[in-house]
Design a binder for this molecule. Structure first.
Ligand SMILES: C[S@@+](CC[C@H](N)C(=O)[O-])C[C@H]1O[C@@H](n2cnc3c(N)ncnc32)[C@H](O)[C@@H]1O
Length: 266
């Protein structure tokens, strides 16, 4: 699937993300304590592992791409407890093969409809759960990219099935987060929620207040949230201790508005 290509394409962006990584570190550092899991760590380009690994902190990492994770840890000279190489969607089929082998978009619709998911479980719970931008990537974007290699126009019914499956995956993901949390666990998560061109001044000028206002106005005008991928649902798991909007200067072409939250589980 596309995740390993994506991780390879961002390996070299470590230096470009210096300022972004530091912004995240400054916000999250004080909340990290005890048994900690990082979900979707990838290359670890947005994490300062040496700051996370302090005092009584023990780190586990969950990512479908162990190779990228190990490279990031080696770069920073860090050893962690465990790396779980798990597909968090729990999809029981090989989706890439399914796309290649389906003879038409109608066949794809039928095949995607039958897609079922395995419940992901870890026999452990954590004091701190760090979720690197993974929910914006889960399933829909990756599958769409693979389908678009084969078909230029996507059938609306196919899109609808993919959206339904994405909803199921996000719901399962949130259930998984609940299953590994304890009372008063801190969940730290950030996601790219809007994409801009790299030189777009509007994004650079956004403050926390103006970003919140912009998102509210957007919702009131169109009746839909911009791309949130379950971010708000994770917020509902407890008390919101922190909400920040960050400017992520991703590469020469694109930049993102990122929403970061810290939630304490109730
Ligand atoms: C946007 S990246 C996070 C990038 C990371 N911050 C970095 O610096 O590379 C999302 C991560 O989620 C992982 N991922 C994507 N789909 C996944 C899945 N279904 N199960 C587990 N991990 C997945 C990817 O391997 C990638 O490392």
């Amino acid at each position: 699937m596309l995740y390993s290509q994506l991780n390879q394409s961002t390996t070299n962006l470590y230096n470009r993300w210096n300022e972004y990584r530091k912004m995240i570190d400054d916000i999250i550092n004080g909340y990290i304590d005890g048994d900690t899991i990082i979900i979707g760590a990838g290359n670890g380009n947005d994490l300062i592992y040496s700051h996370i690994l302090k005092g009584n902190v023990k780190i586990d990492i969950l990512d479908i791409d162990k190779k990228a994770v190990q490279k990031g840890l080696d770069r920073d000279g860090i050893a962690v407890n465990d790396i779980f190489e798990i597909d968090i969607t729990g999809i029981k089929a090989n989706v890439s093969e399914l796309i290649i082998n389906s003879k038409s978009q109608i066949a794809l619709i039928e095949n995607f409809k039958t897609l079922s998911f395995e419940k992901i479980q870890l026999e452990k719970s954590y004091d701190t759960i760090i979720i690197s931008p993974i929910i914006s990537q889960l399933f829909l974007n990756q599958v769409m990219a693979e389908i678009q290699v084969k078909y230029r126009h996507i059938n609306q019914d196919l899109l609808k099935v993919l959206m339904d499956k994405t909803g199921e995956i996000i719901t399962n993901f949130i259930e998984f987060i609940k299953s590994i949390s304890k009372e008063y666990s801190k969940i730290i998560f950030w996601n790219d929620i809007l994409q801009f061109k790299s030189d777009y001044e509007f994004l650079k000028e956004l403050t926390n207040e103006s970003a919140t206002q912009y998102l509210n106005e957007y919702f009131n005008k169109y009746g839909i949230s911009p791309v949130k991928f379950g971010h708000d649902e994770i917020k509902k798991l407890g008390d919101v201790l922190e909400e920040e909007f960050l400017h992520w200067n991703f590469n020469d072409e694109k930049a993102f508005l990122v929403q970061l939250n810290v939630v304490e589980i109730k």
